[in-house]
Design a protein around this ligand. Structure first.
Ligand code: UDP
Length: 390
């Protein structure tokens, strides 16, 4: 990493000097896709929900996102949130780059990522805190050069050595500024100097998710259609169990989707692709599923679709790794099976009647309320702006 100033001015700010109640926050969303497109994955809903709850708490919010945001899809249209849309080429998703290069992924800076940070640098005096959601090198590199604090909500597990190094550097220089969703996600970063993570989990506005006690006779899969999400395992298990399946999500990788077609055609029960739906429509359809299957081939940082399913009363069948393994109570709100084990997944599909849909909704209410998650994030932001002692 290049030479950086010995300190960021905000790192020395007196803790008591800036005891704010309402904070002015600048959220820099993923540069991979516009908000509401579905191609940015769960981080889109994370940004939208965080903005929604912080506005409810009385804070002032600005979100920077690539041009073409579909705010209605995430229920953001009517909220008093300033949205800045930046134009230009999108950032390639880190998981796509790492598929080609392994852990040696090069640093890339797209026009939207550069523009987002130009906006942040030129307008930082308007804000108390900048919150970065991009899993990219540039925001970490720029952190010491900013005059206001920068918090980083890291949305993925470790994928590249360069990212690990720059994240560890920021953690060392600015302890307390990094957050992850889960312990499992944080555990994927094996750096020489341990990273100082805040584990924040996630939350949903449960009023947006209706409990559905009586499902139809199909199971569901929800997510970006991309190789790391492992849809083929779900198709294989559903087919072995003669179980019909509905698929929801944006097609990120056309070639991957085409490669799945023979398995879909050969399946022993109907497999239907329903497209990408807004949160409001998704929860209505997802609620009718007998179960949600989560079968990723990578360590899922969280798996927000798992808590969306629970909120609708839908049990979750997932691999015992990553975020979903910290969410699902195996035998109560779903079943956890060994990663990649289609036979165990098929058996789990036959044991759905042992699970109680009300328990699923109750778990969501108990552990994943937007309010509780928002307060955790708010406390973190207060700490970083010097409004709280610890
Ligand atoms: N999603 C959606 N409509 C759909 C399918 C998916 O809004 O039709 C959203 C879903 O609500 C979730 C995201 O896509 O917010 C998928 O996130 P997840 O954390 O499961 O996976 P990621 O894509 O981040 O790896």
């Amino acid at each position: 990493m290049a030479t950086v100033p010995p300190f960021a001015p905000w790192a020395r700010a007196s803790k008591a000097a800036n005891r704010v109640k309402a904070i002015k926050l600048l959220l820099l969303s993923t540069p991979v896709a516009p908000l509401g497109s579905g191609l940015g994955g769960g981080v889109e809903l994370t940004v939208a929900n965080l903005a929604r709850v912080l506005v409810q708490f009385g804070h002032q919010l600005t979100i920077v996102t690539p041009e073409g945001a579909q705010l209605g899809s995430l229920g953001l249209l009517t909220l008093p949130i300033e949205i800045i849309q930046v134009s230009g080429t999108l950032q390639t998703a880190a998981q796509s780059t790492s598929r080609a290069t392994g852990r040696n992924a090069p640093v890339t800076v797209s026009e939207v990522l550069a523009s987002a940070w130009t906006y942040a640098r030129c307008n930082q005096a308007r804000y108390d805190l900048i919150v970065n959601f991009a899993y990219d090198w540039l925001p970490f590199y720029l952190t010491p050069f900013m005059t206001v604090p920068v918090a980083h909500f890291v949305s993925m597990g470790s994928l590249s050595d360069r990212m690990d190094a720059v994240i560890a550097q920021v953690s060392h220089q600015f302890p307390g500024t990094l957050a992850a969703y889960t312990q499992a996600q944080a555990g994927t970063f094996c750096t020489e100097v341990p990273i100082d993570w805040k584990i924040l989990g996630c939350g949903l506005d449960l009023r947006q998710y209706e409990y559905c006690p009586n499902p139809d006779n199909h199971v569901a899969w929800v997510g970006r259609l991309s190789p790391e999400k492992g849809l083929e395992d779900t198709i294989a298990a559903a087919s072995r169990a003669h179980q019909s399946l509905k698929i929801y999500g944006a097609i990120e990788d056309e070639a991957y989707w085409r490669a799945l077609q023979p398995a879909i055609e050969k399946a022993t029960a109907q497999v239907e692709y329903c497209g990408f739906l807004s949160t409001a429509l998704l929860q209505r359809s997802l609620g009718k599923a007998k179960a949600l299957l989560v079968t990723p081939h990578w360590v899922e940082a969280f798996g927000i679709v798992a808590i969306e399913a629970l909120a609708c009363g839908v049990p979750v069948l997932a691999y015992r790794q990553g975020g979903p393994a910290e969410i699902v109570r195996s035998g109560k709100t779903g079943w956890l099976v060994r990663p990649g084990n289609i036979a165990e997944l098929t058996i789990a599909l036959r044991k759905l009647n042992r699970l109680n849909r009300q328990d699923c909704r109750l778990q969501a209410e108990k552990l994943y309320s937007l309010n509780a998650w928002g307060r955790r994030c708010e406390r973190w932001f207060y700490q970083l702006t010097g409004a709280l002692e610890n």
